[in-house]
Design a protein around this ligand. Structure first.
Ligand code: ATP
Ligand code: LTN
Length: 333
């Protein structure tokens, strides 16, 4: 048995992933793969809490797997799988729903925001979304969950449910901790630098996709909202510039101070065009690898099949334990 600590994280195949998803989550995962036992999931059950076109969802799920690999996740080292392939996620979610308070879910900011945007489809899945996320995490005795800052509140709920279950029955779940990086944990919209860049937001000009073509990236950065102060400085009074500094720093590994220094006395023009190049070059290898991977669907199929088998084994064990503790009769087949 391996004594490595366990990592679990996931992204919804609800759209094409942005540099927010990449810098806030996936890029950090790559650095964890040697030291930890990692599960990286494509959370399609979560994705259907907002309307999806079935054939697009199918394609996007596969493309997301290809982007995980293209971004540097090694299928030999990590367990990568599709959430709906391991039914224990939905099953544990039911049990955890019965120990979750309505009041807790009512306080979730993502629910408040998304329910405003989806008034026409205010479904119960959107409300219990964080319980399913807790199930994802708790099935694998997860120690750490590397996510962007927006997921912190959901992680708190996962911790709370783990503790509540452990107290009510007996020690069962590991209480997980969030892993949120200092730089890049919250990449903002380029047009509205006070709200987070999102893959499913309406305005396409505010986000940059991981697979976006270089000219389009250059155009979007050029048009990114800044301010009239004219100094490249990391300050809350300059949310647009602060965001570009974060992006620059996360792609290159240079510190914010080093970058500020480099552009001292320069206007925004040069800083912006350099930032665009940093992004283009940072994404180039991912795009190239992605194109190659998408030509080989059999390979991708092999990976998600193998991943689901491995995940299934672990998840089943935990689910059986939970079923036993809550008092269900043991299944004889
Ligand atoms: P959607 O717009 O469909 O709700 P999303 O773009 O917010 O999706 P998720 O699939 O919900 O993306 O999130 C996947 C991961 O990416 C999570 O760890 C999340 O914290 C991270 N993430 C998403 N957006 C950003 C962002 N703007 N900055 C940093 N991290 C982000
Ligand atoms: N809700 C997450 C996606 C997600 C997730 C998870 C992240 C679903 N299950 C488990 C970490 C661990 C989001 O980023 N919106």
């Amino acid at each position: 048995m391996s004594d490595k600590k366990v990592i679990f994280s996931g992204v919804q195949p609800s759209g094409d992933i942005t540099i927010g998803n990449y810098l806030g989550a996936i890029k950090n995962w790559v650095n964890l793969q040697d030291e930890y036992k990692c599960y990286y999931c494509i959370v399609d059950l979560h994705a259907i809490t907002v309307p999806q076109v079935p054939k697009d969802l199918r394609r996007k799920s596969l493309e997301l797997l290809a982007q995980y690999i293209a971004a540097g996740l090694d299928p030999e080292k990590n367990t990568m799988f599709i959430q709906s392939h391991v039914s224990a996620h939905a099953e544990l979610s039911w049990v955890l729903n019965t120990i979750t308070y309505m009041g807790q879910l009512n306080r979730m900011t993502q629910f408040k925001e998304k329910s405003q945007k989806n008034e026409a489809n205010l479904n119960a899945g959107l409300f219990t979304y964080p319980v399913l996320m807790a199930s994802d995490i708790l099935l694998y005795k997860t120690d750490f969950v590397p996510v962007g800052e927006d997921q912190k509140q959901h992680l708190e709920l996962a911790r709370d449910l783990a503790e509540r279950f452990n107290n009510k029955y007996s020690p069962t779940f590991t209480v997980p901790e969030p892993l949120i990086s200092k730089v890049g944990a919250r990449i903002m919209d380029l047009q509205e630098p006070t709200s987070k860049m999102s893959k499913s937001g309406e305005d396409d000009k505010g986000r940059i996709l991981v697979l976006e073509d270089p000219d389009s990236i250059r155009r979007k950065i050029k048009r990114a909202v800044t301010d009239s102060l004219g100094v490249v400085k990391y300050s809350d009074d300059q949310p647009g510039i602060k965001n570009l500094l974060n992006i620059y720093s996360k792609f290159t590994g240079e510190t914010i101070e080093e970058i500020e220094k480099k552009y001292e006395g320069e206007g925004y023009g040069k800083f912006k065009s350099d930032t665009a190049e940093v992004i283009v070059e940072g994404l180039r290898p991912i795009r190239e690898k992605f194109d190659e991977l998408m030509k080989n669907k059999d390979y991708l199929e092999e990976i998600y099949l193998d991943g689901a088998k491995r995940a299934e084994r672990e998840a089943r064990k935990m689910l059986s334990k939970v079923y036993r503790k809550v008092g269900f009769v043991k299944r004889k087949f």
